[in-house]
Design a protein around this ligand. Structure first.
Ligand code: DAT
Ligand code: MG
Length: 168
């Protein structure tokens, strides 16, 4: 009984309390898919130590994209943004780990590739803001909103990552 209590407590502590279960939504945009960057991008997140929770190749509808970029609806580039994102398949993913939202944004680089340092994904693989190959949630709250927009609950996989005790 005590063992059961301790293992439940330890699981709860390692995930919820330590923030290891934080999730973010990452998408390789249509240009990233066309330019065969899917392997390179997923490789970076795997090598960093994050855990893949969901992944699918999907053609997003205009409605989904308008909802996804709702905050930008009044921007002059909104229509072009939706049509670019709708121009081909996207690889949608959910990654999990400690501070994954903030760290993933650092791995992506700045919105404008010209401001992105070499070593970041946008710094290494693109040149124009309207073709910046990857999306990443900008806060824990937007990650939750975006994950529920792009994935059903049964597409989010709970699995034990055998390398996690070497990462945490
Ligand atoms: P980010 O994708 O870094 O979170 P954002 O949310 O401000 O940036 O904008 C969403 C996308 O819209 C961005 O990845 C590319 C496009 N975008 C942003 N600013 C733009 C601009 N000035 N001109 C054209 N496209 C732009
Ligand atoms: Mg954004």
């Amino acid at each position: 009984m005590i063992c059961l209590f301790l293992s439940i407590f330890s699981y709860f502590f390692q995930t919820a309390l330590t923030g290891v279960s934080e999730r973010t939504f990452i998408a390789v945009k249509p240009d990233g898919v066309q330019r065969k960057l899917v392997g390179e991008i997923t490789h970076r997140f795997e090598k960093k130590g994050f855990k893949l929770v969901a992944l699918k190749l999907t053609q997003a509808s205009e409605d989904l994209l308008k909802e996804h970029y709702w905050d930008l609806r009044s921007k002059p580039f909104f229509t072009e943004l939706v049509s670019y994102m709708n121009s081909g398949p996207i690889v949608a993913m959910v990654w999990e780990g400690l501070d994954v939202v903030k760290t993933a944004r650092k791995m992506l680089g700045e919105t404008n590739p010209a401001d992105s340092l070499p070593g970041t994904i946008r710094g290494d693989y693109c040149v124009e803001v309207g073709r910046n190959v990857i999306h990443g949630s900008d806060s824990v709250l937007s990650a939750q909103r975006e994950i529920s927009l792009w994935f059903r609950d049964n597409e989010l996989h709970c699995w034990e990552d055998s390398s996690s005790r070497w990462i945490y």
